[in-house]
Design a protein around this ligand. Structure first.
Ligand code: 3PG
Length: 213
């Protein structure tokens, strides 16, 4: 049985947001992150190698929970469900995207950054959202303010989140987890430095565990 967004994000100390340029990097990168305690992976559709990378990780890294990121329209949503993504993430949302997510049954983490966008998603039945771009939209103080009138919604903030500020986000009651690209720096991926990536992932995992128990 497939997992809901909530169940998936509960398994993620941090969600790595990945841009994979070479599909040959996909499997070692995913294994490096899983080895560092980060099994929930968001592979963004921002590169030509994204779909092939997702397929390879699904086939070869069974311990990973593999999702597609930057899914911005119905066609992409349908395709990601078809190739077996465990979930999809979008920086925002459109009516077409939400309908496709509902039709496919693939869990979607839709993006929102304002109270009206959040209210629209509540109307569509969502209570777990991506808050994007987190730092630019007001970060921790914005999320704290939102929790007053809209306490029923939890967020995964991404965009400018890193090891240095994740504790501030996780201290809020309406944060389920955080996401970011810092655990897989482009240079390390390009160099095939999987040891560094496991170390960064482990560092993030340890910090979240220390904060949350
Ligand atoms: C995302 O798509 O969630 C962001 O691009 C990740 O932002 P970051 O690179 O600032 O972590």
């Amino acid at each position: 049985m497939s997992l809901s967004s909530r169940e998936i994000l509960f398994k993620a100390p941090v969600v790595p947001v990945l841009v994979i340029e070479d599909a040959n990097d996909a499997v070692p990168l995913a294994k490096a992150l899983v080895a560092g305690g980060l099994p929930v992976l968001e592979i963004t559709l921002r590169s030509a190698a994204a779909e092939e990378s997702i397929k390879r990780i699904i086939a070869e890294v069974p311990d990973a929970i593999t999702g597609a990121g930057t899914v911005i329209n119905a066609k992409q949503m349908e395709r990601m469900a078809e190739i077996g993504c465990a979930f999809a993430v979008s920086p925002g949302h459109t009516e077409g995207l939400l309908k496709a997510a509902k039709d496919t049954g693939c869990p979607l983490l839709p993006g929102a950054g304002t109270p009206s966008e959040i209210m629209n998603l509540i109307d569509h039945g969502y209570d777990i959202l991506k808050f994007f771009p987190a730092e630019q939209q007001g970060g921790v103080s914005m999320l704290k303010a939102i929790s007053g009138p809209l306490p029923q919604v939890s967020f995964c903030p991404t965009g400018g989140v890193s090891l240095s500020n994740l504790a501030d986000y996780l201290a809020l009651p309406n944060i389920i987890t955080v996401g970011g690209s810092w655990v897989a720096p482009k240079d390390a991926v390009k160099a095939g430095d999987w040891g560094t990536i496991t170390k960064l992932a482990q560092e993030a995992t340890d910090k979240v565990k220390a904060l949350r128990g």
